[in-house]
Design a protein around this ligand. Sequence first.
Ligand code: 0X9
Ligand code: ZN
Length: 552
Amino acid sequence: MRPRNRILLKGTFFATLLVVACFFVFQAWAYQNDDGLTWYKLYYTQDQKMQALRVIQELSGRAPEYFPDAARPYIVAHISPEEALDYFNQGFRLEEIPDYDPKHTRSLLSEDRGIPGYTCYRTVAETLADAAQLAADHPDLVSWSDKGDSYLKSTGQAGEDIWALTVTKSSGIRKPTLFVTGGVHAREYVGPELALRFAEYLVDNYGTDPDVTWLVNLTNIVIIPVVNPDGRKMADDTIDQILWRKNMHIHDNNDCTPWPDTHYGTDLNRNFKYQWNTTGVSPDVCNELYPGKSAVSEPESQALRNYMLTMFGDYNTSPTSPASLDARGIFIDLHSYSQLVLWPWGYDDATLAPNSTQLQTLGRKFAYFNNYIPKQAAKLYEASGGSTDDLYAEKGIPSYTFEMGTAFFQGCTNFNNTIAPQNLKALVYAAKACRLPYQLPKGPDALNVALNGTALTVTINDTRYNNGNGTEPTQNISAAEYYIDQFPDPWWPGGTPHAMTATDGSFNAKTENVRATINTSGLAKGKHFIYVRGKDAGNNWGPVSAVFLTVN
Ligand code: 0X9
Ligand code: ZN
């Protein structure tokens, strides 16, 4: 945190006017540029919105940016001491910005979007607006709905709703759920952006990419991009580099000033029910790990918890007995940073989750895609009251934390080139595997699915795990098969499998090229799905990959 000089001017106007005037003169003297102007933040209230817009116009190029969506909205303005006093008298609160760099910011006059200096990340307002637009543009694929209030909203202050995006093709069929959350911790820029890009990737490739198409047809993909919008608005402000983590709930009338060095709020990832307030927490309301007054005390965690408990079946009888291996659904909570894939338990490093072996297999599979280290969450450090422990404890659903990247305010080059593409692949795999998450990850992947006329070729590979923390057992490939339009799933038995053969004549390796010739007689004209999967010698079928077959 760079040092700052924070001066908030408030109090009775007449009593302070003289002091204030002297102060401005001093500040202007201390920080003014050669032109006699000083950089200030002009904070305004919701009631002063129109007034703020007038100031921006009035100052023209001297008010290069503003933050209408910040928890405390403000304008950045380059003004004289006389102007500063004038704005103060008009009701603005002023705070000088000693080392403001105009080159760092987006211009008010342009169409620039994103967090200033980190423009690959949409602000809270942009994220919510773009998600709402995605739903408006694709009503058959996307819905956008309000699942509750943030703390500030629930207490009648500004605040936001907690919004959920569901990507799935409207139909009456049963679907398993992949649930993805981002932005539980305000300062972690990567999560919300990745979550929304995942939704956009699915929508953009629906109908052209065969895997995306069946995934959206047959899966409920539910995404809450910003679980903690109030806190994230604080962290959207890069002039101050406010590394806000928690929500915006002030406890015991303690606002924990001087922030940004300490912060008020509840750590939402310590506020969930299972094992609440047992490990990795602090009773100090100003500590980053303050877990709240009681389990699920915060409106954000209530909204998230109530909603997530409705979207999954119940696959365990208690947190201490293994969930059924037929469980359906996956939960991934996107955080940053540390390049880790983590699974329950998080609260205790001496207790293995009852499905620890299966959680580890899927964790090593995710880590194959993002190249992170897979491990039990509590082996990083013990932390109670996380949402992933809670869902796994309640329902037996495999639940993961991705700790992505290498910084909270992660640079955009790394995000765009590495973090986003790698983690998108992990999320697509999660969408495939959520049909049977305790079984499919043991099986091989079907890759390079290609059709040349009626000649179908595929590579079946059993070796795709990250072995950076223990080695996942792998087996030779033992079979491969394809289905025409009938998706192989225990919910819909009776599809017709067509066996494929090893291109080299025998199934005797961990990676096999396989082939078949598709008999298209009797198929209706138009587009068909060819679904392919492979099996290993441990009798584990892997997830499906698809290709389109067009019959003319
Ligand atoms: O502490 C957290 O809530 C997560 N890390 S973060 O840096 N994003 O704050 C980790 C949660 C995973 N659980 C455990 N380590 N127990
Ligand atoms: Zn986090």
